[in-house]
Design a protein around this ligand. Structure first.
Ligand code: AMP
Ligand code: GLY
Length: 425
């Protein structure tokens, strides 16, 4: 088979790495890819939001299966485009992807179907927002969320009125996130442990992936601004069998069934970003794609052929190709460019990075990297994901941090406490 993976992050390198191991694959492309995918696949210079370019490429090259990494092309309707041309593609349709594409749609959907989620109100204008903020509907802290896609940066926790007003202004008046912030949600803040609960679905049946825990804030101790994720471990230390079943029943199965009933059959990856609270799991957001960096520790634990599972999801019965998992835990720590998630510089030489990791058992997935004259350079905010899987979480994390000590680039930063919450108990 000829397979095309779309995207350029660590998630896409991890997907290429896993898909490339399938005996079904003869040729693997990645568009646009990064220096890591360039080594194991053929990079194609087409941006992931260029739906026409990707459709033309897949038609011309007779691609047998396209797998989409990021949300943008899914929310723009790439799956509908491919299907019109009878090209096989893994991911939800535009109507289904609205679960991620509009936080207001997702919130109203959850409220309609009694899926546990924090209370929120919609503001259509700065005046609406002001009215909500000056009522006694919410106490501080609260969360202000842009309705549309904002690269994981559109949810701002506001500790007081001043910050909330400033955030509303930045989103709705200054248009910091463009049209994505023209409508917003004002949401109750929840305390608890976060978990990423990710499943593959054929539209009716679900196949849960191993659980993971992401670490969103930029700095140690969960300080600093939210990022796309600075590291992840699998399994989530906070989801036991009972909670797992509760999440499947109350959140995942309800969502899949109700989406089908509403004429929005959801086929692909459904990712519920959860807050585990004393009152039970609550959905903070849905994503319609694999997680980044959650995919990196997940593929390290995946023993069976991912391509077979993706094909089964498209062809109609996902339960025919269940995934075999390793029982060992895994982890991933992101090395980022100083300044990320804000402004950062690119083009820094990465020292100590070879084509293959020198440390046995360590896998390094590239995100924002480029390759010139056999040297790797930084080319994004999240640069590398250093990953391992060992017998215990502490051995896994020791191995990862040992590997990180060999790598260096100007202004590199990373969190030193990925997985530490669990080890603290
Ligand atoms: P979202 O894009 O909605 O997932 O939000 C990004 C991040 O903001 C989440 O992973 C949480 O860390 C935080 N967050 C979002 N909503 C809430 C909430 N209601 N209470 C507490 N933290 C939240
Ligand atoms: N790691 C968070 C996400 O993939 O949205």
């Amino acid at each position: 088979m000829k397979i095309l993976v779309v995207g350029s992050g660590g998630r896409e390198h991890a997907l290429c790495w896993k898909i490339g191991q399938s005996p079904l694959v003869e040729k693997l492309y990645c568009a646009p890819g990064n220096a890591g995918t360039q080594i194991i696949a053929e990079n194609v210079e087409i941006e992931s939001s260029d739906i026409k370019g990707l459709t033309d490429f897949a038609s011309k090259e007779k691609i047998d299966l396209t797998v989409i990494g990021p949300e943008d092309p899914l929310c723009m309707g790439i799956v509908d485009e491919f299907e019109q041309k009878e090209l096989k593609i893994f991911g939800p349709s535009k109507k289904a992807a609205e679960l991620e594409g509009s936080k207001i749609f997702a919130k109203q959907f959850m409220e309609r179907h009694k899926i546990p989620t924090p209370k929120a109100m919609v503001a259509e204008s700065p005046k609406d927002a002001k009215k909500i903020l000056s009522s006694d509907e919410f106490s501080f802290p609260l969360v202000v969320k842009a309705d549309g896609l904002a690269a994981g940066k559109g949810a701002i926790i506001c500790l007081d009125q001043e910050k909330a007003e400033e955030t509303v202004n930045a989103m709705m008046v200054e248009k910091k996130f463009g049209e994505a912030g023209s409508r917003i949600l004002i949401e109750e803040y929840l305390a608890g442990k976060e978990a990423s609960f990710i499943v593959i679905t054929d539209g009716t049946r679900i196949l849960p992936l191993v659980t993971t825990m992401d670490h969103k804030p930029a700095y140690d101790g969960n300080k600093g601004p939210n990022t796309g994720g600075m590291g992840a471990i699998s399994p989530s230390p906070f989801i036991d069998q009972e909670l797992f079943t509760e999440i499947i029943e109350k959140v995942i199965q309800t969502t899949i069934t109700r989406m089908l009933e509403e004429g929005r059959k959801f086929r692909g990856v459904l990712y519920a970003g959860l807050m585990l609270t004393e009152e039970g799991p609550q959905v903070l957001e849905f994503n319609c794609r694999f997680g980044d960096p959650e995919t990196q520790p997940q593929v390290l634990r995946m023993k069976s052929d991912l391509v077979e599972t993706l094909l089964a999801a498209i062809e109609g019965d996902i339960l025919e190709k269940p995934i075999q998992w390793s029982n060992k835990p895994s982890g991933c720590v992101i090395l980022a460019s100083g300044g990320y998630p804000g402004k950062y510089e690119k083009g820094k030489l990465i020292k100590g990075l070879d084509r293959e990791s020198k440390i046995t058992g360590v896998t390094i997935f590239h995100a924002g990297t480029s390759l010139e004259n056999e040297q790797f350079y930084t080319n994004g905010g999240r640069v590398l994901g250093v990953c391992a899987t060992e017998n215990s979480l502490s051995e896994t994390m020791d191995k990862i941090y040992q590997a990180i000590s060999e790598i260096e680039f100007e202004n590199m930063y990373f969190r030193h406490d990925i997985g530490a919450q669990k080890m603290e108990g």
